[in-house]
Every structure is written in C-alpha cells, then in structure tokens.
Design a protein around this ligand. Structure first.
Ligand code: SF4
Length: 350
C-alpha cells in the first residue's frame, strides 16, 4: 500500500502549472498540516493499515519545501507504526526553498528520497517558465541534499518549450547527469487550460523528435528508461501507481485508490480545512481498470499480463510480437518502445 500527502503551497505560480497550489495561503499551514493528520488517521483505518503495511510515502505538491519539517512531525508519528521496513519516503522540493536546514529536518524525520523540480539549468528558460529559482540554486540544492545524506536524489527536466533546441537540451541533460543524482524525469511541456501558457500556444514546440532525443541522451548518459518520462533507479512509489496498487491520497486535491474506488478530497484549502474527511467517491468498472493497466503497463517496463487480454486481443498481441513491436516473456508482454504505448494499447483493445 502507498501513501500520498499533498502540500498545496508554492512560492509563486509557474506559467504552465495547473496543479492544486496556492501562493497566498501560507497562513493556513499549521491548520492544514493538522487537517492532514486528521484525514490520515481515517485513511489508515479505511485502507486497513494494521494488516497491510505502507511500502512507500510520497509528499508532493505544490511545494513540500515551503513547509517546515517541524510541521510534518505529527504526520510522521501517525504513519510510522504502519511503515514497512525499508519503506521509500520521497519528498518533492524546490531548489529555492530546500535549504540545508529543511533538508536536514526532513532527513531526520525519515525522508530518504528527494525529488527536485529543476526543469532546466538555463536562466532564460527558467525565467520564461516562471520558476522561482535560478540555475545556481538548483546546483546548490542537489549538492546540499547529497551532503545531507540522501542516497536517492531525483530531478525533473522539461522540454518542447519555445527556445529548446538540441544544444540547450544536451546542456541540461549533461549538467543533470554530472550531479549526484540517481533518477531523472523528463516531461514534455503541456498546455493546461486556465494557465498563462494556455493563452499563448507558441510557448510550446510541437517537435515530436525532442522526446526521443531527450530519452536517447539520458540513456546514453547511463540512466535506463523505465517509463516514458522516467530514467535511472526506479521510484517505487510510481511503480506502485502503475501496478494499480492501493494508495491513500491525503490532502486538498489528492486522490486515493482502493481496489475499485477512487477517493477525492476537496480541492479548495478552505473546504478541506472545514472538513478534511469529506470526499467524493468514484467507482471504476472492471473495463476501466483493465484499460488503465494496459496503458500504464505499456508505457513502462512493467508490461501487461497475458490473462488481461481477451482471445482476440491476444491474437493481436501475438501479431505485434511477430512484428517485433512487443516482446513476450513467460506470461507477459513487454513494450520495447514506450513512445508507441498509446498506439499499441488502442490497437490491442477490443
Ligand atoms: S512549483 Fe510546481 S506545483 Fe508550484 S506552481 Fe511551479 S510547477 Fe506548479
């Protein structure tokens, strides 16, 4: 079982971002962290944490490094008794707010994996994305994390932004790989409704070759690709999502998943604070779960189980295997080219 905790605060709003985060509600932090603890207690019960331990925790946002480690302490005390041995505990962080003090505080609480939202090491690109940090802060933050003792460090890069060319992307990738990191995510810029970027579509390049170029350079740099956008030592939490394991989703705008239901706490901080236990529930049909398994399995190295497929889908999978577009090992099919995942999934499905 997995646990996701959502921190809905950011220092500033990046121009492309539609995540649930606020730049003007820092006053609510103590009450919010207490509300998280309250919801967490209910979720531990709902998900049967007494009988199934928590394998991974992911603190995401928003920007978790906008909240002081002391405010996290009650949450850690609440879930600690249910943690598996060797649990992976990740926190996202931004380079400008992940100070050495913050990193030390989170490390002492038990966080053992840090994921930095870096996006680029190019000052102009960072400015045009509306990021709150500069390249020097990004370098320092990663080095500070390594010095603090985090053995697992990840960072995110973004591509297909106006101004991106192979020279800039190569520089970003080489700089990232020169740092003491174990994992790298590379995402394509998407235009999300309601963001400043959505009003000016020219900020996004429509260059299909960039994704393959970026992936190739990262792989050449020694980080294996285990999902379309992810490279290096796999994030166990993400692998759990893609395997459709149960996950508690705690916080405003988080999402939980238990067998065949999704749980949605309120998105607004105020509504959440008023009742952290309120949530809407969505039931997933077996067909919906199968489709998810198929897409997620083909986009990652997890692959798909033969038993998931109907006889006619199996025939098509066998045809793709003969053509070299899928690889069969024992009772699973694996996709050697994650960038073709959606096409393959749509072709396979009845
Ligand atoms: S720091 Fe992350 S969550 Fe916050 S606005 Fe920027 S992209 Fe969105």
């Amino acid at each position: 079982m997995l646990l996701y905790l959502h921190i809905p605060y950011c220092d500033s709003k990046c121009h492309y971002c539609s995540f649930n985060s606020y730049v003007d509600r820092f006053d609510t932090r103590p009450a919010y962290m207490e509300a998280l603890r309250c919801q967490l207690e209910t979720e531990l019960e709902r998900f049967g944490a007494v009988t199934e331990s928590i394998e991974t925790v992911f603190i995401g946002g928003g920007t978790p490094s906008t909240v002081a480690p002391e405010l996290y302490t009650p949450l850690f005390e609440t879930f600690a008794p249910y943690l598996a041995l060797e649990a992976e505990i990740t926190s996202e962080a931004n380079p400008n707010s992940a100070t050495p003090l913050w990193l030390e505080g989170m490390h002492s609480l038990g966080v053992n994996r840090i994921s930095f939202g870096v996006q680029s090491f190019d000052a102009d690109k960072l400015r045009s994305l509306g990021r709150a940090h500069n390249p020097a802060q990004a370098l320092r933050a990663v080095e500070n994390a390594a010095r603090t003792g985090f053995s697992q460090i990840s960072l995110d890069l973004i591509y297909n932004c106006r101004g991106d060319d192979r020279t800039l992307l190569t520089r970003d990738i080489e700089q990232a790989l020169a740092l003491p990191i174990t994992h790298l995510s590379a995402y394509e810029l998407t235009l999300e409704a309601g963001t400043p970027f959505a009003e000016d579509p020219s900020v996004r390049l429509d260059d299909d070759s960039q994704a393959r170029f970026v992936a190739k350079r990262i792989v050449e740099g020694g980080f294996g690709q285990y999902e379309i956008s992810n490279f290096g030592t796999p994030c166990r939490h993400n692998l759990g999502y893609w395997r459709l394991e149960n996950y508690m989703g705690v916080g405003a705008g988080a999402v939980g998943f238990l067998e065949d239901r999704r749980f949605y706490p309120p998105r607004s901080i105020d509504t959440y604070l008023a009742d952290p236990l309120a949530c809407s529930i969505e039931s997933l049909s077996p067909a919906e779960r199968k489709t998810e398994r198929l897409f997620l399995g083909l986009r990652s190295r997890l692959g798909i189980a033969e038993e998931l497929l109907t006889p006619s889908e199996l025939e098509r999978a066998a045809l793709l295997t003969r053509e070299g577009k899928l690889r069969q090992e024992a009772d699973r099919f694996y996709n050697p080219d994650f960038f073709l995942a959606d096409e393959i999934a749509l072709y396979l499905l009845d």
